[in-house]
Design a protein around this ligand. Structure first.
Ligand SMILES: C[S@@+](CC[C@H](N)C(=O)[O-])C[C@H]1O[C@@H](n2cnc3c(N)ncnc32)[C@H](O)[C@@H]1O
Length: 358
């Protein structure tokens, strides 16, 4: 059996190093190649070869030699010029060697096309929500930009929930946006962008980022068994949010029940990273995505929902959740008890959205 071996060239490009790392994790063999005589990328590869620049008349002959010497079966290159050159040359020069990736520029452009498609689907009113529409959506490029940056932040905010959030902010009154449970900051990023786009108000992220509050007592214990690093998550949150906060976002590193009285009593929240942000004390949008045990969600609702202003929105994330029914039990009870104060509610992307009467 012939073993597959991929030549990575030029081996020092960031995408090449990422490819080599992934190949190592997958147990696939790679050979790094470079036109630099002293390439700092060399230690990242088990096997190494020198190749002249693609403009060198000897390039193809040298490549044939490297392919033979290392038994190379395929080539990865993130460089568009090299890719096009090889795409044209390989069928004749090395008919048994193929390119493993598609055109590097098209690959990148496709991710932007996906963002534009998402933006277009939003503005074509594909979201069948029974939501009173207020403000209109901004230009497509702005929607695409928010979506594109959101996609770059890892976390737990699916596409349907994203759509619903875009929609509900159009009818959110002016006021603060509060998130309980931010982790790496994915939904916080989206809330911050939507709040800015709709002129809603500043965002406050409430999360203790500690081990004690992570325990959910989920059915089957699968969630609690996951090896997580809350302190590391806080650092990732900062890295993700700092470039976008611009005086309109801050955090309280506390459990929600401890943070509620602080928020209620202080119009200004300060942190070393985000400085001081002024809040109105009235919540326009409350996103509850903390600990999903029934007791914790009930405590979040009791501590925060009374601060949501008329016409505001309450979101209970993971109302539909495979690991337990805390958000559902608490959400259903809220819907029943407060039905006279609720203008509309719906479930989308596993979250429950509730709009209070104005
Ligand atoms: C599901 S994650 C949040 C995901 C995040 N919203 C996102 O978009 O990726 C849950 C977060 O809730 C936080 N948390 C747990 N108990 C909490 C509590 N009592 N108050 C506030 N946050 C809490 C955890 O530290 C964790 O960061």
């Amino acid at each position: 059996m012939t073993m597959n071996k991929t030549l990575v060239f030029p081996a020092g490009m960031p995408q090449s190093l990422a490819y080599a790392k992934q190949a190592e994790r997958d147990g696939r063999a790679v050979v790094g190649a470079s036109s630099l005589h002293h390439d700092p990328a060399k230690p990242h590869y088990d096997a190494w070869a020198f190749l002249p620049y693609v403009t060198d008349p000897d390039f193809v002959t040298s490549l044939q030699g490297v392919v033979q010497a290392h038994s190379v079966t395929s080539i990865y290159t993130p460089n568009a010029v090299v890719w096009e050159m090889l795409d044209a040359a390989l069928p004749n020069a090395l008919p048994n060697v193929s390119l493993v990736n598609s055109h590097p520029m098209r690959e990148l452009e496709d991710t932007y096309k996906a963002s534009n498609d998402f933006a277009r689907s939003l503005s074509e009113a594909e979201v069948p929500l029974f939501v009173p529409t207020g403000r209109s959506l901004p230009p497509l490029a702005k929607l695409a930009s928010i979506y594109h940056h959101l996609e770059a932040i890892p976390g737990m905010c699916d596409h349907d929930k994203t759509r619903a959030l875009f929609a509900i902010f159009q009818s959110a009154p002016a006021g603060d946006v509060v998130e309980i449970g931010s982790w790496w900051g994915k939904s916080a990023f989206l809330l911050a962008q939507l709040a800015q786009m709709n002129g809603t108000g500043p965002v406050l992220c409430v999360d203790p980022w500690d081990m004690k509050n992570i325990v959910q007592n989920d059915a089957g214990g699968l969630v609690d068994a996951v090896d997580v690093d809350p302190a590391g998550a806080f650092q990732i949150f900062l890295v993700n949010l700092l470039p976008y906060a611009q005086g309109r976002l801050n955090y309280l590193r506390k459990a929600s029940v401890d943070a509620a009285p602080v928020y209620a009593a202080s119009r200004q929240i300060e942190s070393p990273e985000f400085d001081a942000v002024t809040y109105s004390g009235e919540i326009s949008v409350l996103h509850i995505d903390g600990n999903h045990s029934e007791a914790a969600v009930r405590a979040d609702v009791e501590a925060w929902c009374s601060m949501v202003k008329p016409g505001g929105w309450i979101i209970l994330d993971d109302y539909v959740w495979p690991y337990g029914d805390g958000p559902k039990v608490v959400g259903d009870a809220y819907l029943e008890k407060r039905q006279d104060e609720i203008a509309t509610s719906f479930v989308m992307g596993s979250a429950l959205f509730i709009k209070l009467t104005g």
